[in-house]
Design a protein around this ligand. Structure first.
Ligand SMILES: *Cc1c(COP(=O)(O)O)cnc(C)c1O
Length: 360
């Protein structure tokens, strides 16, 4: 499809004083911009009607397939204000490809990479005043769902792809705070052949009961183990995990289909290797994690993802024995990798891997 995005500007955008007020302390995912991007798909017409329009509630038929069978996928990425005054997206091409991979797994149509990127460029262009400066960013949420009105179980014949944007504040206001994680022995997140590597809402729906248990245990996040041996550490509900050994080696679980291939994970592996560190993508058992933390062989652990970038893990709570990591604080390699990635994202360090996608 040739690109021909229509732009219907919001006739009553949020007043600038009101916008400034909402952006003082926006938190995460609560403050939304004036516009949204939309592209429709139907088996008959393919991708069509790309436009940016006023953000507004949707009217959907109660028999829309997504409401019954959860055929839905999403992405998450950020637009940053750079130190030189420009703006940039971080690796949107990687999000575009992952969105296609997720679509394929959910039997949905694959949005061409150029349309994915252009939809985001057009939305950010319409809402550039909503990109916070300083440590904030504009969080972009592309998503797609089955909009066909039909209760039969089959891949839908109609879909709606959209992008919404949310001004977000500094995640680590006042410095990083190590989290405490709860190991779920009862529930798993994904099994071989399932949807663990797809970014679909259904994975999150299935993880919430374990997240709720983690909160009830006084923890911040849940750690999922593999579904077969209930032994191999996979990831958190929405973040990938890294382990740092005392010889400076990093270990992270391999992408075998049950783990979401994080773009932050991939970026950190690249940065760590460029920094001379060894990174091994290999299975790591929960018992090994505990033994290594207790013996001192494991000195740091951290989670990573677009929202927080890097989150130190200070304590692990588990029915088979709690343990602390490196005294429960934030480790040096965790800190260093976070700073290195953050500096590239905000344009305060060179971008040797061409990860920044500058916006006009
Ligand atoms: C999105 C996501 C991540 C992190 O991916 P990033 O591309 O780094 O943001 C990790 N795990 C799950 C389950 C996710 O949905």
């Amino acid at each position: 499809m040739p690109s021909s995005f229509r732009f219907d500007p919001n006739a009553s955008p949020v007043a600038s004083t009101d916008r400034a007020e909402r952006m003082i302390d926006p938190g995460f995912g609560r403050v939304f911009t004036d516009h949204m991007a939309v592209i429709r798909f139907s088996d008959a017409d393919g991708w069509h009607d790309p436009h940016v329009t006023a953000r507004a509630p949707l009217q959907i038929d109660p028999a829309s397939s997504v409401l019954h069978y959860a055929q839905e996928i999403f992405e998450g990425l950020k637009a940053y204000r750079l130190e030189d005054g420009g703006t940039a997206l971080f690796r949107p091409d990687a999000n575009a490809r992952r969105f296609q991979d997720s679509a394929r797994r959910l039997a949905m149509p694959e949005l061409p990479e150029n349309l994915f990127i252009e939809s985001i460029e057009r939305l950010v262009d319409a809402d550039r005043d909503w990109i916070p400066g300083g440590e904030g960013a504009l969080y972009l949420r592309p998503f797609m769902f089955a909009s066909e009105v039909f209760l039969g179980v089959k891949p839908a014949a109609e879909y709606l792809y959209m992008v919404i944007a949310s001004s977000v504040g500094a995640y680590w206001k006042g410095g990083m705070r190590p989290i405490t994680v709860w190991v779920s022995r009862e529930h798993t997140r994904a099994a071989a052949g399932g949807t663990g590597a797809a970014k679909c809402g259904g994975n999150y729906a299935a993880s919430l009961i374990a997240q709720k248990a983690a909160i009830a245990e006084g923890c911040d996040q849940v750690v999922f183990l593999d579904a077969i041996d209930r032994r191999w550490v996979e990831e958190l509900g929405g973040m990938n995990l890294f382990f740092v050994l005392d010889d400076g080696t990093l270990v992270t679980p391999p992408l075998t289909g049950t783990i979401l291939p994080g773009i932050t994970r991939d970026s950190l592996i690249t940065l760590a290797r460029a920094d001379g560190l060894t990174v091994r993508e290999e299975p790591y058992a929960i018992d090994q994690w505990r033994a290594d933390a207790q013996s001192g062989r494991l000195v740091e652990a951290f989670a990573c993802g677009t929202a927080a970038v890097v989150t130190p893990v200070g304590n692990v709570k588990d029915a088979e024995g709690d343990f602390a990591i490196g005294g429960g604080g934030t480790g040096q390699i965790t800190q260093r990798l976070h700073q290195a990635l953050n500096a590239i994202q905000r344009g305060t360090a060179p971008d040797p891997h061409n990860w920044l996608h500058r916006l006009g």
